[in-house]
Design a protein around this ligand. Structure first.
Ligand code: Z5A
Length: 211
């Protein structure tokens, strides 16, 4: 496929939303046709699954139910949005994808990575992102930034230990998949973060044969 699949990942408060807007401008400047989407979510059904997943509740959500709901939403999103876009030569910019499942359900909830690999293969076949930008920040700084938002969702109610495991998980995924990962130091001032993101995007674009 000519079109490319870019994902953006990171722990709480890394600035994904802010920097995804910057990536959209970069894509427009380069006259690249794209769709921007997110996980969990991205279609009406998958957005309903997102609401189920994020809503704080008294009933304990067992980790396997959480994991299967993530992949149920992903199956819908992949088949209704991501694959049709790529097949129509439209790039896809996705706020989180399966790396978030490895990081949050695998490292955070300590579920078996073999199980996640199996579900990934069943749901995605050989579809994987072409470029993953990991916005990395020490957990304490991210939590401080995120605290300024409204009521915490079910994930945001987790303790710092959980987010430490998620961050370590992301860094180990970046290490194992260095062919497609770029780690961005998101603790810098926004301008520095965006300079690094632009460099990563320019390098990726040039590697495709564009000047
Ligand atoms: N999840 C999962 O468990 N498994 C999966 O497979 C998937 C997801 C796909 C919802 O994700 C939850 O789903 C997520 C993991 C789980 N839970 N958590 N945690 P989400 O992506 O929708 O939620 P989010 O992590 O809260 O993302 P966000 O809304 O994009 O937030 P953000 O990264 O914190 O971005 P922000 O709102 O742009 O930035 C936060 C604040 O920092 C804001 O005030 C900015 O102005 C400020 N900011 C940004 N950059 C800077 C710099 N450089 N300096 C200073 N301040 C800054």
């Amino acid at each position: 496929m000519v079109a490319k699949f870019i994902t953006v990942e990171g722990t709480e408060g890394v600035g994904k939303t802010t920097n995804i807007n910057f990536i959209k401008s970069w894509l427009r400047q380069n006259e690249i046709k794209f769709v921007a989407t997110r996980e969990p979510g991205g279609t009406p059904l998958a957005e309903e699954i997102r609401d189920l997943l994020l809503k704080p509740r008294d009933e304990l959500v067992v980790s396997s139910a959480e994991l299967l709901l993530m992949f149920a939403g992903r199956a819908q999103h992949l088949n209704k949005v991501i694959l049709p876009a790529l097949q129509a030569d439209t790039w896809v910019l996705c706020d989180r994808f399966t790396d978030a499942t490895y990081a949050y359900q695998g490292f955070g909830r300590q579920m078996s990575s073999e199980l996640i690999v199996q579900l990934e293969n069943i749901v995605q076949g050989d579809i994987r992102p072409d470029l993953t930008l990991l916005l990395d920040i020490p957990v304490e700084i991210g939590l401080e930034r995120a605290n300024d938002r409204g009521d915490p969702d079910r994930f945001e109610q987790e303790q710092q230990d959980f987010f430490n495991r998620v961050r370590a998980g992301y860094l180990s995924l970046a290490n194992e998949n260095s062919d497609r990962y770029v780690v961005i130091d998101a603790s810098q001032e926004l301008q520095g973060v965006q300079t690094d993101i632009a460099l990563a995007l320019d390098t990726f674009y040039k590697s495709l044969g564009h000047e």
